[in-house]
Design a protein around this ligand. Structure first.
Ligand code: FE2
Length: 342
C-alpha cells in the first residue's frame, strides 16, 4: 500500500455510484477500496487499515450503516467516518455523530465535495497530534480553511490570511509577546471555520438581510468553529479567541454577550481586524466600503462595539496602510479568478 496516499473505505450497494466516487477520489490523491455490502466492509475493517470510512446508511431498506459505523469505531478508532445519507434529518445526523461519525454528507454525493470534505476531516484529526510547532499548526489550520469557507462563500477568499496579517501588525503595535501573537494568528486563520458546520449554508450567500431565524443560526458559528479545533491543550486559547470573535466590548455581541475584559484582549483585536476586512470586502448583501466610511464607523463605535485599546492603534495603522488594505480583498478575489463589481 502506498504510504503517501490516504486510504478510504467506500461502502455503498449502488455499484456505479461508488465507482464514480472512487475514480474521483483516486484522482484527488486517495486510495479507495470498495465494499458493496456492510458484511464485506466489516471484513475489510478487520484486515486493512483505513484513514477514512465513507458509508451509505440504508442498504436494501435496512439501516445497516450504523453497524458499519460501530465496527469502524471499534476496529479503527483513528479513522474518520462519514455517512452518506439520503435522509438528512437532523436527528439522524446528530445521533450518528454521537455514535462517533465525523459528519454526514447528503446524497447524491458530489465526489469533489466529498474529497474536499475528507481532506479537511483528516486535517482536523492532525490537530490532535503531539508536539505540533507553530508552523505545523499554521499549515494544518490553513489547509482546513482552504476550499471550505471559500467554497461556502467565494467572496471571503483570502479573508483568513488577511485577518492573520493585520492581527500580527496590531499585536506588534500593542507589544504582545510572541507566543500570544502566534495564538492570535492561528485564531485569525480559523475564526470563521464553524460556518461550514451550519445546517443551512444557503443564507451565507443570500442577497439581502437575514431573517431572525437565519441570524440565530449564524450566531452558532463561533462555538462550532471552536469545537472543531479539537481538544489539544496547545489550542485552548485559540479556541477561546475563535469562540469570542463576535463578542463586542459593550456586551452587545454574541454568543455569550461578554463585555470589557471578560473578552480576551486577543479576541478584541481579532474583532476589530475581522470587521475591517469584512467592510473592505464585497459581500452578497453589501458593497465595499470606502476607507473614510470605515474610519467614521470605527470612530462612532469606539468604546461601544470596539475596545479603544485595540481600536486606537488599529486606526493609526489604517492611516499608514488603509488605502492598500481596503483594496486588498478585491485584488485577492481577482487573483482567485473571481470578478468584483462595485
Ligand atoms: Fe465570524
Amino acid at each position: 500500500m502506498n504510504e503517501g496516499l490516504r486510504s478510504v473505505l467506500l461502502v455503498d450497494d449502488e455499484v456505479r455510484n461508488l465507482e464514480l466516487i472512487a475514480a474521483v477520489l483516486e484522482h484527488q490523491g486517495f486510495q479507495p477500496t470498495l465494499a458493496h455490502t456492510p458484511k464485506a466492509a466489516m471484513e475489510l475493517l478487520r484486515t486493512l487499515r483505513f484513514d477514512a470510512v465513507v458509508t451509505d446508511v440504508v442498504f436494501d431498506g435496512f439501516s445497516e450503516g450504523a453497524a458499519v459505523l460501530a465496527a469502524a469505531r471499534e476496529l479503527q478508532p483513528r479513522a474518520v467516518v462519514v455517512l452518506m445519507t439520503g435522509y438528512p434529518q437532523i436527528e439522524g445526523a446528530v445521533s450518528a455523530i454521537k455514535a462517533g461519525a465525523h459528519d454526514y454528507i447528503q446524497k447524491p454525493v458530489d465526489p469533489i465535495l466529498l474529497s474536499a470534505f475528507l481532506h479537511r476531516a483528516l486535517k482536523e484529526r492532525e490537530i490532535e497530534r503531539d508536539n505540533l510547532s507553530f508552523a505545523d499548526l499554521i499549515e494544518i489550520l490553513s489547509a482546513m480553511v482552504a476550499n471550505t469557507i471559500e467554497r461556502v462563500d467565494p467572496y471571503t477568499a483570502g479573508h483568513g490570511s488577511r485577518t492573520r496579517k493585520y492581527c500580527r501588525y496590531l499585536a506588534e503595535e500593542l507589544g504582545l509577546e510572541r507566543a500570544r501573537t502566534e495564538r492570535l494568528e492561528l485564531a485569525a486563520i480559523a475564526h470563521d471555520y464553524g460556518k461550514i458546520y451550519l445546517d443551512d449554508l444557503g443564507f451565507l450567500t443570500k442577497n439581502g438581510p437575514l431573517t431572525p431565524e437565519e441570524f440565530a443560526a449564524v450566531q452558532k458559528h463561533p462555538l462550532l468553529g471552536a469545537r472543531k479545533l479539537g481538544h489539544h491543550e496547545q489550542l485552548a486559547e485559540v479556541r477561546r479567541f475563535v469562540a469570542e470573535h463576535h463578542e463586542k466590548f459593550d456586551g452587545t455581541g454574541y454568543p455569550k454577550k461578554l463585555k470589557g475584559d471578560e473578552i480576551a484582549i486577543e479576541s478584541r483585536i481579532l474583532c476589530v481586524v475581522e470587521v475591517f476586512d469584512s467592510l473592505a470586502t464585497k459581500r452578497s448583501y453589501k458593497d465595499i466600503w470606502p476607507l473614510e466610511k470605515v474610519q467614521n464607523f470605527f470612530a462612532e463605535q469606539r468604546a461601544k462595539a470596539f475596545d479603544p485599546l485595540a481600536l486606537d492603534p488599529f486606526l493609526k495603522l489604517l492611516e499608514r496602510h488603509g488605502e492598500r488594505w481596503i483594496r486588498q480583498p478585491a485584488l485577492d478575489l481577482q487573483a482567485a479568478g473571481l470578478k468584483v463589481e462595485g
